[in-house]
Design a binder for this molecule. Structure first.
Ligand code: G
Ligand code: G
Ligand code: MN
Ligand code: NA
Length: 253
C-alpha cells in the first residue's frame, strides 16, 4: 500500500506531529490536562485524519515505533509546560492494541518517564474498548502494572462498542470519557437516558467523567449540572501544536 509506505517514510523523516487538545474542569474552568493527538501533515498543507492512518499504522506494525515516539514527545511537551500548569495537570496519551501486546509495555512507559524525569502521575493512558476486548487478561495485567507506577487510566469513546460492561469492574480505571456521539445526542430522549446512565455508573464506581466533543455553552451547562468533572471540545480549544500550547497554558494558568 502506498499510504503505508508514505506513512513509514514520513515517520522516519520526523514529519508526524503531536498536537494537544485542552481538557477543562467544568466546575471552575481550570485547565487540568491535554490529550495528545497525532497529526500527519501532507505536502499540500492538509492533514490525513488519524482515523485513516492509525489503523494502517496498527496493521503494518508501525504503531509500535510511532507509539514510542508519541510517549517521548508527550514527555518532552510535559516538561516544557510543567512550570505553567497546575499540580494535578495530566498529559493523556492514546494507546493501541499492538502496544499492549508488546513484551514489556509498562516497562517501556516507566523507562521513558524516568529518562525525561516526568512523574508517572502526570501521565494518563487512554484505552478503548477494542483494546480491552482484544485480550482482557493481558490488558488487565498491563494496566495493573501501569497503575502501580502511578499512571492513570482513562477509557476512551466509552459506550460506543457493544462490548461487555464486566471489564469496567475488572480494570483499574480512573476516568471514563463519554464519546462525542453521545454528547451530540443529548437533546434526544434516548440520548439523554444513555448519557445519564453512563454518568451515574461512573459516579457510583468512583470514576472521574469527561464529556468529549463539547461545542456549546448549553452542552457544557448540561454536563456541569450532571456533575461531570471535565470537558474537552471546540468550545474550549481545538488540538494545537506545542508552540500554540505553550502560549495557551501561559494564558490559562
Ligand atoms: O485527532 P482526532 O482528531 O481526529 O483523533 C481521532 C482518533 O485518533 C483519536 O480519538 C484516537 O483514537 C486516535 N489517535 C490520535 N492520536 C493517537 C495516537 O497517538 N495513538 C493512537 N493509538 N491513536 C491516536
Ligand atoms: O481519542 P479520540 O478519538 O476521542 O480523539 C478526539 C477526537 O475528537 C479528535 O479527533 C478531535 O480532533 C475530535 N474533537 C475534539 N473536540 C471536538 C469537538 O468539539 N467537536 C468535534 N466534532 N470533534 C472534536
Ligand atoms: Mn482519545
Ligand atoms: Na474519544
Amino acid at each position: 500500500l502506498d499510504l503505508v509506505r508514505n506513512l513509514r517514510s514520513d515517520f522516519l523523516q520526523r514529519r508526524l506531529q503531536l498536537w494537544f487538545q485542552p481538557q477543562i474542569e467544568l466546575g471552575t474552568g481550570r485547565l487540568v490536562g491535554v490529550e495528545a493527538l497525532l497529526r500527519w501533515p501532507q505536502a499540500d498543507g492538509s492533514f490525513i485524519a488519524p482515523d485513516i492512518f492509525i489503523p494502517l499504522a496498527e496493521y503494518s506494525g508501525l504503531i509500535l515505533d510511532i507509539g514510542h515516539w508519541v510517549l517521548e514527545q508527550a514527555c518532552q511537551a510535559m516538561n516544557e509546560i510543567a512550570g505553567d500548569v497546575c499540580d494535578d495537570f495530566r498529559m493523556a496519551v492514546n494507546v493501541s492494541v499492538p502496544q499492549f501486546r508488546q513484551n514489556n509495555f509498562a516497562g517501556e512507559v516507566a523507562e521513558v518517564l524516568a529518562r525525561h524525569q516526568v512523574p508517572a502521575q502526570r501521565l494518563e493512558v487512554e484505552i478503548t474498548e477494542s483494546i480491552v476486548m482484544d485480550d482482557p487478561n493481558l490488558v488487565a495485567r498491563v494496566l495493573q502494572q501501569l497503575k502501580a507506577q502511578g499512571v492513570r487510566i482513562a477509557i476512551d469513546d466509552f459506550g460506543v462498542g457493544f462490548s461487555s460492561l464486566s471489564y469496567v469492574q475488572r480494570l483499574p480505571l480512573d476516568k471514563l470519557k463519554i464519546d462525542r456521539e453521545f454528547v451530540r445526542s443529548a437533546h434526544t430522549h434516548s440520548g439523554a437516558v444513555i448519557i445519564e446512565t453512563i454518568i451515574n455508573m461512573g459516579h457510583r464506581l468512583g470514576l472521574q467523567t469527561l464529556a468529549e466533543g463539547i461545542e456549546t455553552e448549553a452542552q457544557a451547562d448540561y454536563f456541569r449540572q450532571l456533575q461531570v468533572q471535565q470537558a474537552q471540545g471546540y468550545l474550549y480549544a481545538k488540538a494545537m501544536n506545542l508552540e500554540a500550547l505553550r502560549a495557551y497554558v501561559a494564558a490559562n494558568p
